[in-house]
Design a protein around this ligand. Sequence first.
Ligand code: ATP
Ligand code: MN
Ligand code: MN
Length: 309
Amino acid sequence: TVKPVAKSGKGKVVVAGVAISSPDKVLWPARDGNPAITKADLARYYEAAAERILPHVGDRPTSIIRAPDGIEGETFFQRHAMAGSNPRLKLIDVAARTPYVAAVDVGGLVAIGQSGGLELHPWGCAPGQPEVPDQITFDLDPDEGLGFADVISAARVVKAKLEDLGLAPFVKTTGGKGLHVVVPIRTDARSRVTWDQNKAFARAVSEAIRVAAPDRFTTTLAKKARGGKIFLDYLRNGRMATAVAPWSPRARPGAGIACPLSWGQVKAGLDPTAFTLWTYATLMKKPDPWSDFRASAVSLKPALKRIGL
Ligand code: ATP
Ligand code: MN
Ligand code: MN
């Protein structure tokens, strides 16, 4: 069932206080019996999911994939604030040419949707602290020949390695071909690490996994090195690097979302294409598998030592 659109004035659509222009513009075309998804639908998704998205995106510099004419039109990756940025968005100065933007509340998320922002790619930093990493993302990228079962078993290898190091890994779909294994880390003054340490740790863990099973894993970016392997992409973890946010939609056919999972779901039969803008209402009725994400953070420092850094 489709929720009624909040209207104000002459047929204007307003979501979380943000006026949505061209609310009927199709962003994702109808597919497999599912209806087209419009800009008003996207705005309502951001509103409905805000409580789950903001803990991961709020007050972090966020790159946005914009597709003002929908996924079949031109898309672009926007890193910096642009002229006319919505006042609902915070500008963050990170000593770059131009400031970055961040959502801090539901209105900011909806404002991103209003500008045709379909994907959210935040830094892996603590809220309000662009120089302080608060998570590590292992981006598992399967070579073309591999099936999702291979991605699942690879994620379990990464999980075991991280647990060995005393960390608490979480897992999410990407809305694409792989999975992300993400570790929350503490950011208090005694525990915090630099961006270089964060990235060096991700690299060292990835190398250790590759060395233990070189027929299954590669850490080389070049596509030709992938031959039937999982690329452990550790490059999401430096300063200014981004990864798609939990609950972010993807500007791809199928309207998938990057969906937090419990580890119990990561087993044979998991269909990553089942988590979409068409099915999110059901997902939102279930508990958030990542509700303990922040509370599970531990200091990275002992783990850095154990891996030899
Ligand atoms: P998949 O599961 O299909 O691999 P993914 O989100 O992990 O999905 P990748 O291509 O592995 O996709 O990772 C791309 C990541 O790189 C994105 O999450 C994004 O944050 C980051 N990124 C950096 N620059 C760009 C860019 N110009 N366009 C798209 N993504 C970019
Ligand atoms: Mn990936
Ligand atoms: Mn990647």
